[in-house]
Design a protein around this ligand. Sequence first.
Ligand code: MV4
Length: 449
Amino acid sequence: MFEKVLIANRGEIALRIHRACREMGIRTVAVHSEADAKAMHVRLADEAVCIGPSRSTDSYLNKSAIISAALITGADAIHPGFGFLSENADFAEMVESHGITFIGPSAEQMRKMGDKITARQAAVEAGIPVTPGSPSLDTVEDAKKWAAKIGYPVIIKAKDGGGGKGMKVAFSDEDIHEAYTMARAEAKAAFPSDVVYMEKYLQKPRHIEIQILADKFGNVVHLGERDCSIQRNNQKVIEESPSPALNQEQREEIGEIVRKAIAKIGYQNAGTLEFLFEDGKFYFLEMNTRLQVEHPITEAVSGIDIVREQIRIASGAALGYKQQDIHFNGHAIECRINAENPETFAPCPGKITEWHAPGGLGVRVDSEIYSGYTIPPFYDSMIAKLIVHGQTRNSALMRMRRALEEFVIDGVSTTIPLQQDIISQTEFIDGIYNIHWLEDYMRKRNMDK
Ligand code: MV4
């Protein structure tokens, strides 16, 4: 087992990783930018190294500064968290080449499963259902040919795309030329590669993702699903587990398909397979080869500490349990709390004058915020995650409503009012929503204003 882990991240996930290490008797090294010198995990860590100025590119994305900090402090492993360098295969490779363990999949697995096209190919070969789709498209003629095969509507996506950028939908031959050229142009401007491909466009899907854990001995388990359909601008707002849209049979079927596929692919450590779900069918979208923001709702329902398991797997330990040993209990919901103007969603950094987090049975708040802390303007606006667990979805909803009321964050505006609004909507309460619901609801609400 590792003696010392360097946490190559910031904010609530850095504290989360520190907590897992602490409970395992592992010493921690916090790396931070100048702006984060006063962060909670920096105070709590055994050692802290300032790795650069505030901008992410000069600090949390600075590979050599992070590796130097690990060498200087004698850390034997690095946990990348999510975002930043967590899915950067070159970084994983550099870490390992310095004799330090990267807590995550191998660089090779990250490249294979982190690339949308090779991941789709691996999924098809491993028996995971995918949307009808094309290989990379070199010309508009290719696009027309494949659109005829797949059938309109189709969506053209950038291979290196993300967060909805570089995606264009075509409903007929009239649209295909513009959709293809726009998608390629956007890809060229925004991503390393301008390679694009095509899929059958699903009009009202839900976004459901499956959490897996795989050790170095071929043992793989799934930890159920998370419904992440409540999103706006490709930013998740509320996530829940299990999904109100799945029955037990569907859950077990897709779980088993994914478990067997991951074992066949040979993927190791934590990972999440993203699906679109429509009319009772799953369609593989892409795989995330890292820990995800919303992992706590899976922890609440499965009782498994995912960060602890990541560290154990990376240190060479076996999972020590089989799929049948995992029992899912109750229902969990996560509301992301952002320091943003709830109307315009403009980031709203500043000094927190009053902070009181909700508590009580089945309430968890993951955050680094404390009274008197000043939120720096350089990073992501998410400042806390409120996770509640209840025996049923209704009790979890009641608990979330109560917890949101208790939350006191003075000094900045937050998205708490939006969260309270969403969970009081009938469609949400009835669990009847798809990936477009929130944006449609907000358009209607603003129109009514
Ligand atoms: C799709 C889709 C419909 N049909 N693919 C958005 C970003 C990336 N995760 C893939 N995305 C989508 N791919 C097909 N074939 C709709 C989306 C999509 C979406 C997916 C999940 C969560 C939120 C979304 C918001 C807009 C579009």
